[in-house]
Design a protein around this ligand. Structure first.
Ligand code: PEP
Ligand code: MG
Length: 585
């Protein structure tokens, strides 16, 4: 929805998912190839044009062969042979001849000629009922996109920026985010997504404003347009005038004063008014965040999402990983870093790994399932983590476990890794092992899992999605995504009780933990540890210091008798606003 405020200023309303304000030119990321214009060329340009195309074909060939070699090593010959079809499409003589002929005769740029020819092939296969032929459509599309990417280098998804920019995108996947030059990114304005998408989580981790559900914004804006992005109200303002900017500046100054007050008390312990201590930890995605985390008042890193490092270099060696993990561990010393093993899949699977798209990625090959299915990849990561443990306190936790068997299998592979390191003369130090509880079946068998691990960590972002059958990224059902649903309360309570019985700690590292309206409820449910984005640590500690744990337990008891999510939300919200109103002003 857009409206003209003055001739120059335009404003869009989206959904705010990460607070803060940025004012800068935008960079619009393309996620697809527009049909290339049929640019005319001179007869003298034909050979150069065809050379450019052959170079793109060669680069694509090398890319596919590298991918094939990797798949052969990790999955065997059958899987690797799938890429033979890709190579055949790439080498197809009739395509080569036809493209060369058309470029010579029609004197049109090769991008348009190649794209249109491949489009004709794709259109012919698209609606066929034969599944074999339908799959060829996907293969041709994949090859065409790769070649086009090499031909039109300027459309690569990881541009470098000279000056700071606000990223505008249709859909920002974790791999897009990883490939951006983050030192130059001031904020994200995205057409799709939700507060629980990984782009939103990353924005909060990096302390950058982000607004999602800005429909059609990629069409409306052009790279270089200057905007103001308001991550608090969910506004994007094109060409903001001096009065608008001045208004924002004075609002920012007020907010800064309160932030300064929180900052001063950030290292004080998080203890309730009746003396119950809680550990408030930080979630991290990038090694470069460690300095900010050291300084935010967090007790330790309760969740290090390792998939972002993986996406930076999926081929990264064990040495490279060990070095990166060690840097994180050293930076946090003496605090612990809990590394979560790869949770690729869902919205985080690198396309390279997934030979064909899954119909339901969140119910498919994700988290520990990928790790157990790719033991070489998993063990490389585990060995790197064990090596990093020589430099400080390390915890390792497994994501997306559905039951105890996966935990046992993962632990067995960890044992193998320890033995392999010993054989190399490296004695691996002890590490704490944890399981994430983010699938209802894991919560309901938390007692069995608790017997095998040193801690449980509730991943409520997924627990809510899987319990309520609400896709965490789907804006159409966002209203049904309710962390205070009675079923979620019961699963959290069951998990906390299982941990208590086993004498291990129960943590929560989903975004629910960072919401200070939830703090009374979470303390009341008996959680010992909350792990939140670094920017939220001081706020959550401030909240804890103003709550009485006995009262919170009473509140949780009442909450567990309530029938609906809004009632529970209202109860905990009222308590929060009564005990620390200053956090809501
Ligand atoms: C969660 O599911 O709550 C969680 C912390 O993991 P992620 O958001 O990375 O899926
Ligand atoms: Mg999760």
């Amino acid at each position: 929805m857009s409206q003209a405020a003055t001739p120059d200023i335009r404003q869009w309303q989206g959904t705010p998912v990460s607070a803060g304000v940025a004012h800068a030119p935008v960079h619009v990321l393309k996620d697809h190839f527009d049909e290339p214009d049929a640019e005319p060329i001179q007869p003298g340009d034909v050979e150069r044009e065809l050379e450019r195309w052959h170079a793109a074909l060669d680069l694509t060939h090398q890319e596919i062969e590298a991918l094939q070699a990797r798949v052969r090593e990790e999955q065997g010959n059958d899987e690797a042979d799938i890429f033979e079809t890709h190579l055949l499409i790439l080498q197809d003589n009739s395509v080569r001849k036809q493209v060369e002929k058309t470029v010579r005769e029609k004197l049109v740029c090769v991008d348009a000629v190649y794209y249109r020819l491949m489009r004709r092939h794709m259109d012919a296969l698209r609606g066929l009922s034969d599944s074999y032929l339908r799959e060829r459509f996907v293969d041709i599309k994949d090859i065409t996109q790769r070649v086009m990417r090499h031909l039109r280098g300027e459309l690569l998804d990881h541009p470098m920026f000279e000056d700071p920019v606000i990223i505008v995108a249709r859909d920002l996947t974790p791999s897009d985010t990883v490939q951006l030059d983050r030192s130059k990114v001031l904020g994200f304005a995205v057409e799709t997504g939700s507060a629980n998408s990984h782009a939103a989580i990353i924005a909060r981790s990096l302390g950058l404003p982000a607004v999602v559900r800005l429909h059609n914004i990629c069409e409306e804006l052009h790279s270089g347009d200057v905007v103001l992005l308001d991550g608090e109200e969910g506004l994007l303002i094109l060409n903001p005038d001096a009065a608008t900017l001045a208004g924002y500046r004075s609002r920012e100054e007020e907010a800064e004063q309160f932030e300064d007050a929180l900052h001063i008390e950030r290292h004080a312990a998080a203890v309730t008014t009746d003396g119950q201590p809680l550990e408030i930890c930080a979630n991290a995605e990038f090694v470069e965040e460690m300095k900010a985390i050291r300084d935010c008042g967090a007790a330790h890193v309760g969740l290090f999402r390792t998939e972002f490092l993986h996406l930076e270099d999926p081929e990264g060696s064990e040495d490279w990983l060990a070095e990166a993990y060690t840097a994180a561990v050293r930076a946090m010393h003496p605090g612990q870093v809990i590394f979560r093993t790869l949770d690729i899949g869902g919205d985080k699977l690198d396309a390279e790994m997934l030979a064909e798209a899954e119909p339901n990625p969140f119910l498919g090959w994700r988290g520990i399932r990928v790790s157990l299915g790719r033991p070489a990849l998993f063990k490389r990561q585990l060995r790197a983590m064990l090596r990093a443990a020589a430099h400080g306190e390390v915890g390792i936790m497994f994501p997306m476990v559905s039951g105890v068997e996966e935990v046992r299998q993962a632990r067995a592979l960890l044992e193998e890794c320890a033995a392999e390191l010993r054989a190399r003369g490296i004695e691996p130090p002890g590490v704490e092992i944890g399981a994430m509880i983010e699938i209802p079946s894991a919560a309901l068998s938390a007692d069995l899992i608790a017997a095998e691990v040193d801690f449980l960590s509730l991943g409520t972002n997924d627990l809510v999605q899987y319990t309520l059958a609400v896709d965490r990224l789907n804006e159409r059902v966002a209203g049904l995504y309710q962390p205070t649903h009675p079923a979620i309360l019961r699963l959290i309570a069951v998990t906390v009780e299982a941990a208590r019985q086993a004498g291990i700690r129960a943590c929560i590292c989903g975004e629910m933990a960072a919401d200070v309206e939830m703090t009374p409820l979470l303390i009341g449910l008996g959680l010992n540890e909350l792990s939140v984005a670094s920017g939220q640590v001081a706020r959550v500690k401030h909240a804890v210091r103003r709550l009485h744990s006995g009262e919170c337990r009473e509140l949780a008891k009442t909450a567990r008798r309530l029938a609906s999510a809004p009632e529970v939300l209202e109860l905990t919200r009222r308590k929060a606003r009564q005990c620390y109103p200053e956090l809501f002003e």
